[in-house]
Design a protein around this ligand. Structure first.
Ligand code: HEM
Length: 471
């Protein structure tokens, strides 16, 4: 390991330590030999990004330099330096232009895509809809959507397609939040469209340049994006036919109000883009996490039993409410531990520095690219003992503190996940209601599902679990 990689011990992040001795400008951190272009490194990464980054971390340390002509990429797997990058140096960073361009085919110029002043304005306008208080007010809708969905689940099933069922449910929840409506018959089409669009985006990330969107082999991607846009457009048009006083209190109404107040800053296209981002970022991530949570419950029966007992004691057969959700502490720990083992975004969107920055002992020139492999830090035995074990107790109030920067399922700094409070509350409500009704177990002979990156981290094949009425 590279002994100079960390600026400070992440367990004592606030303690004053002497400033590190700086490497001269032009000296890069250690890294794998790149050959002429370094593109062979890209090929390795495209085959198994997380495995490859883990191997390089073992060989070269927590800060690794990749020469990927014409870029210099620095992989930061040191908790303290990751925070220093995302929080302290936020103003010097922009997101990787090509990655963002790929995302923009679906997300337009939403808050996920925008930079600088445009991003600040959008984030400022959206924040009030995602505060803990706003999210709490939405708990009854989440519970109602969950109740409806779970009523369709069978009492007993040996291989219930739980991934698909949870994905439809999280779509329903986000549709309620954005449009006050259900996904209904659109669920299957939307699920397939999201899968196709994500696979296309994931493949494009590893090519130095993208082919134009009109080429014949991108027909599937074009159709998928058109289906998603159509879903949003139908909701928008339906709302515009309603008189203002009949508009429900949801995200679309709030966005349309911004459009009414200032159509220059908020043209209708900006409203569509935010709806698309909220729909995609808002259901894919929570669905993926709930799928992994279901697997963690099925493969850790003692933790499942403990979580169900807590749910029964706290809820006493009722649906979760604002008052009771915060008392489901152990259940919440099972979700946090799932996010540690299976972070939905195992590598954050790459950043580029628009001016020179210093990171620990490294002086890095303008235009350096950065990758933050969150999953490597989550699985590092220095920060989490026996890191591959499912241990919700790590997040108990009286457990030793998790080192700062070592646990970043929602990112860090000003571009931290907009929907993190919504996600945690939503997943707690859904998980509680699943445990109230069902016992989850792995079908006979089933091995741990291999995770694969498809923008988010998902099981290689859609997860099916045995469900039975909870005793
Ligand atoms: C388990 C659930 C979720 C996880 C793990 C998650 C994770 C993340 C992460 C890691 C980022 C930062 C990416 C980066 O810095 O590269 C992010 C950004 C974002 N997330 Fe989430 N997310 C979740 C749920 C949600 C939900 C429910 C919404 C609701 C709409 C949402 C909306 C967004 C948006 C809009 C951004 C971009 C924020 C910005 O750039 O200012 N996410 N999310």
């Amino acid at each position: 390991m590279n002994p100079t990689s960390s600026s400070q011990c992440p367990f004592h992040a606030d303690a004053k330590t002497p400033a590190p001795i700086l490497h001269p400008l032009g000296v890069w951190p250690p890294g794998p030999p790149a050959g002429l272009t370094g593109w062979s490194l890209l090929v390795r990464m495209s085959r198994d990004l997380l495995g490859t980054l883990a191997a390089w971390q073992r060989e070269f340390g927590d800060v690794v330099h990749l020469r990927l002509w014409p870029e210099h990429d620095v992989v930061v797997a040191d908790p303290q330096l990751a925070r220093e990058l995302l929080v302290t140096n936020h103003d010097a960073l922009v997101r990787w232009e090509r990655g963002i361009r790929v995302f923009s085919h679906v997300h337009g110029s939403s808050v996920l895509i925008a930079e600088g002043e445009a991003w600040r304005n959008k984030r400022h306008a959206l924040n009030p809809s995602f505060t803990p208080k706003a999210v709490q007010a939405f708990i009854p809708s989440i519970a109602a959507a969950t109740e409806n969905a779970l009523a369709q689940w069978p009492m007993n099933h040996e291989r219930w397609p739980i991934e698909s069922a949870l994905t439809s449910l999280t779509m329903d929840v986000i549709m309620q939040m954005i449009f006050s409506s259900e996904i209904g018959d659109d669920a299957r089409v939307a699920e397939e469209a999201v899968r196709v669009a994500s696979a296309a985006a994931n493949a494009e990330f590893y090519w130095p340049a993208s082919s134009p969107e009109w080429v014949p082999w991108k027909r599937g991607k074009r159709r998928a994006i058109a289906a998603l846009k159509d879903l949003i457009e139908r909701q928008l048009q339906a709302r515009l036919t309603l008189p203002d006083d009949a508009w429900p209190d949801d995200l679309l109404s709030r966005l349309l109000q911004l459009h009414r107040d200032d159509a220059m800053t908020w043209p209708l296209q900006a409203v569509r883009d935010e709806c698309m981002t909220a729909f995609l970022a808002g259901h894919e991530t929570t669905a993926a996490t709930l799928v992994w949570w279901a697997w963690c419950m099925a493969s850790n029966p003692a933790a499942q039993k403990a979580a169900r007992e807590e749910v029964r004691q706290v809820l006493r057969g009722r649906v979760p409410t604002v008052e009771t959700v915060s008392s489901l502490r152990y259940l919440n720990q099972t979700i946090k531990e799932t996010l540690r083992l299976y972070p939905t975004a195992p590598v954050l969107i790459s950043r580029r520095c628009a001016k020179p920055i210093t990171l620990g002992s490294w002086q890095l020139p303008e235009r350096t690219m950065f990758m933050v492999p969150v999953q490597l830090m989550h699985h590092d035995p220095r920060w989490f003992a026996e890191p591959l074990e499912f241990r919700p107790e790590r997040f108990a109030a009286d457990a030793p503190e998790v080192p700062r920067g070592a646990y970043l399922p929602f990112g860090a700094g000003p571009r931290v996940c907009l929907g993190q409070h919504l996600a945690l509350v939503e997943m707690t409500v859904i998980a509680a209601m699943v445990l109230q009704r069902f016992e989850l177990s792995a079908p006979e002979g089933m091995a741990s599902p291999p995770p694969v990156m498809n923008v988010t981290l998902r099981p290689e094949t859609p997860l099916r679990l045995q469900v039975a009425t909870a005793r």
